[in-house]
Design a protein around this ligand. Sequence first.
Ligand SMILES: [Zn+2]
Length: 232
Amino acid sequence: MSAKAMVFIDGVWLYRSRGTLFQKLGEENGFEIDYAKLPRILCEDVANFLDEDVSLVRTNYFGTIPSARSGFNTSKQYAFYDFLERSCGYETEIHEIDIVSSGDRSDECWTKLSLSAALLYYAAQPGAYDIAIVMGDDPEFEPAIRRARLMGKRMQIVGIRPPEGMRPDASLFNRHRTCDFPPVYLDDHAAEVRLVRERRIRTCKQCGREEETTWAGPDFFCSNCRGRYRSS
Ligand SMILES: [Zn+2]
């Protein structure tokens, strides 16, 4: 039987780390991340190291969203989280926070604590996972990771290569008894996690016309029908 892996993504950490990925490929204006592929890349990495089958049982994503009274337009963010669930198969846990009154880094606290809680919750469910792949190398994850390891779970930590001059203890990798595998640096995988949109011919759901597109979503509407939809 293959080992079961669960991926835990600190969404705030990933958002913060995007810049490093962009720099790595010399794309200062950024690029899209292939969220559907991301957990599979990490899983394959563990499988290659172990030289055995590893099955991905779930990807848990932790994020925040400004509360309605903050006055931000959150529709784009909701659409993104919806996309992660529907199109990428993620399980998302999104916390609504009042970013005005709770300070700059409160979103990080929310994602770190909810990720830690889920890591231990699933560790306590018999047979839920054997290997946790934690995306986020902040040292605050150490207590939860150490407890999960005491429960016999193996840990893979995914981070970003530390910048020159960073204090060694600022990274989870340098903490004692946290990691069961060699470190994985997301920036080393930048080219793989970059979304490559394939151009192909698709049939319009409305009028049946065929058109070349990079849209990979379930329903395709041609440029004519999209225009009509917008103006109505
Ligand atoms: Zn059409």
